[in-house]
Write a protein that binds this ligand. Structure first.
Ligand code: SAH
Length: 240
């Protein structure tokens, strides 16, 4: 899977892409990330990428010309054509399903806004999808783009190593993950549930499944309607 990123702050991407899971995914060729400095496509001496808003008002707006020129130059650098994703607080909210949809593509081009955002014609004529990381505003699209890269890369086969680690992760099947414990079995008098120490795999599986459902009901009841539950599980939930 290939990610192209368009930003005026390329260095923000250096350290997150240089550590641990993403670093290994890049080194092993499972993902490729090309970060492009938008200023390379600015044409004036000062490499201007922003300008005053028509109609007045606070702040600056990212000009259309460098963004169009950049994307038209970046698209032919690889195949297939990338889905162009604008990071925007007004976009579709990123969640497990959207991460899955993005991971099903072969190539994403993530456009990072700054200032007050981008000229409307970029949204209308250049962008395939707008993605928000939540109902709040951050200063630029770089951290949101890194969230997309990280979340999508984890879904690329091989990136997490043990493929099974994905199956029971939070939001898979619409449920949260079960509680996790490690040693010591007794910490300050708080003990680990007996079943986990029993070595009885079927019982452990049963307990974990029940915990996933109970936790989801306690912490994120909004997820339950769409969760993959058996008829019996759903009956139990409604009864209790
Ligand atoms: N004035 C805009 C916000 C601009 S914030 C508005 O009110 O809608 C500057 C840039 O940060 C945006 O162009 C976008 O790329 C990025 N950004 C801010 N919040 C974001 C969010 N929740 N999700 C994704 N990108 C975001």
């Amino acid at each position: 899977m290939r990610f192209d990123v368009l930003t005026i702050f390329p260095r923000i991407f250096e350290s997150p892409l240089d550590e641990t899971i993403l670093r290994r995914a890049i080194d092993s060729g499972l993902i490729e990330v090309a970060v492009h400095d938008l200023r390379a496509w600015a044409t004036d001496r000062h490499r201007t990428v922003d300008d005053y808003p028509f109609g007045g008002g606070a702040g600056m707006v990212m000009k259309p010309e460098p963004l169009f020129a950049a994307i038209e130059a970046i698209q032919p650098l690889a195949a297939p054509r990338a889905t162009v994703v604008l990071m925007s607080p007004q976009g579709r909210r990123l969640d497990h399903d959207l991460v899955g949809e993005l991971a099903a593509t072969e190539r994403l081009l993530l456009v990072c806004g700054r200032y007050e955002g981008v000229d409307e014609r970029v949204r209308e004529h250049l962008v395939d999808i707008e993605v928000s990381v939540g109902d709040f505003v951050v200063s630029g699209g770089e951290l949101p783009a890194l969230l997309v890269i990280d979340a999508v890369a984890r879904r690329v086969p091989g990136v997490l190593g043990g493929e099974t680690s994905l199956d029971e992760e939070s939001f898979e099947g619409g449920l949260l993950e079960y509680p996790q414990y490690t040693r010591p079995a007794d910490f300050r008098g708080w003990t680990v549930p007996d079943v986990l120490l029993s070595g009885h795999h079927a019982e452990i599986e049963k307990w974990r499944r029940a915990q996933r459902i109970a936790r989801t009901r306690a912490l994120r009841p909004d997820l339950l309607a769409a969760a993959d539950l058996t008829a019996a599980e759903r009956r139990a939930l409604e009864g209790g």
